[in-house]
Design a protein around this ligand. Structure first.
Ligand SMILES: Nc1nc2c(ncn2[C@@H]2O[C@H](COP(=O)(O)OP(=O)(O)OP(=O)(O)O)[C@@H](O)[C@H]2O)c(=O)[nH]1
Ligand SMILES: [Mg+2]
Length: 330
């Protein structure tokens, strides 16, 4: 005996519909109030045996139990997990809604949440143009990890056969140039110190023009902003075959208000994306990731420690899903 679901704006309307659709002998096995009305589980005829009644009740229960109730356990775990990463209420709602909507397809809630998280955070696209030198300038707060990240990227590019030069504008602070030179040696990348950003132009002329210039800044946002705007203007004026791409280096441990201030002080720059560092130092990376996403900054790389070879990851949906659900990038 089949049990069917009948809906109405109120009980009277639902009963009338049940009678119209199933006839005078129809019996209501179960009913439930829902938002906007009532739903009935109705059988065409009364059950003939107690066993038939049990079967009908079971069918009614599965018909009338809202899907969200069945799915709650999965989303509760996800909600808790995202909260512990510092995710906003809006992000948690978005992920849980998506999981609830698709869980009936049989996928595990964590897989569904991971797939959705992979969509949430944008990945910065590489904008290297053949025949042009990409000047990748890293800016960010003092101690954010600019120099370390540049050395990691330099190593990766050198290993892939690209010609790279590591240039620092941080020439006055004691030990800054030595740090860049030591890191450059470690990753087999030539290094230069530039007192003025315009000295870079000498690297752009001649047959040994590198594919990529990695430009380290001083960690003083106002000055770095001015220097990079000067470089941008000079490149435009000279028509040099080079493109300036600025990347914001943001610690995963940072508060978004501090990042906001940082960006204000840097001013208008050709931002291409950002690097998120020190993901190993926090279990709450969501505020920074969400802030960068809100600002429309794609993430290019993530740094998960101090090791120059190991702790450097190209951003991807999987990396974001791992970070948000497992609290680590891999
Ligand atoms: N745990 C951890 N430490 C990091 C990471 N990246 C950099 N560091 C450390 O953070 C400290 C600062 O790194 P730097 O690369 O010198 O930072 P910076 O932004 O160049 O600093 P300034 O030049 O002073 O503005 C160093 O001790 C690095 O070893 C990371 O991903 N995880
Ligand atoms: Mg530095």
């Amino acid at each position: 005996m089949t049990v069917v679901k009948i809906e109405g704006r109120n009980l009277r309307e639902a009963l009338e519909r049940a009678q119209q659709e199933l006839g005078d002998k129809a019996v209501v096995i179960s009913r439930r109030r829902v938002r906007g009305g009532v739903v009935l589980a109705v059988s065409q005829e009364p059950p003939r045996t107690p066993v038939a009644l049990l079967g009908m009740r079971q069918a009614a229960r599965s018909l009338l139990t809202p899907k969200t109730d069945l799915l709650r356990p999965g989303t509760i775990a996800i909600e808790r997990c995202l909260k512990s990463r510092g995710a906003s209420a809006a992000l948690i709602r978005r992920i849980c809604k998506k999981v609830e909507g698709r869980q009936s397809q049989g996928d595990h809630p964590l897989d569904l949440a991971g797939a959705e998280l992979a969509q949430v955070f944008p990945v910065a696209k590489s904008s290297h143009e053949r025949g042009t030198t990409s000047i990748m300038a890293f800016v960010g707060a003092a101690g954010a990890g600019k120099t370390t990240s540049l050395a990691k990227l330099a190593g990766r590019l050198v290993r892939s056969g690209r010609s790279v030069a590591l240039v620092t504008l941080d020439v006055y602070r004691v030990g800054a140039v030595e740090q860049v030179r030591a890191l450059g040696r470690h990753v087999a990348c030539p290094t230069h110190a530039a007192r003025d950003v315009l000295q870079l132009q000498s690297l752009l002329s001649g047959p040994d023009r590198p594919d990529v210039i990695l430009l380290d800044s001083t960690g003083r946002p106002d000055q770095d902003g001015i220097a990079l705007r000067k470089l941008q203007d000079a490149l435009r004026a000279s028509g040099a075959p080079a493109k300036l791409c600025v990347y914001l280096v943001a610690e995963a441990t940072m508060r978004p208000v501090a990042l906001e201030e940082e960006m204000d002080r840097l001013g208008d720059l050709p931002f291409e994306g950002c690097i998120v560092t020190k993901t190993d130092e926090t279990r709450r990376p969501a505020p920074v990731l969400e802030y960068l996403t809100k600002k429309g900054l794609g993430i290019a790389f993530l740094c998960n420690g101090r090791d120059l070879e190991q702790d450097f990851y190209r951003a991807s949906g999987d990396v974001f899903a791992n970070l948000m659900l497992k609290g680590k990038v891999h």
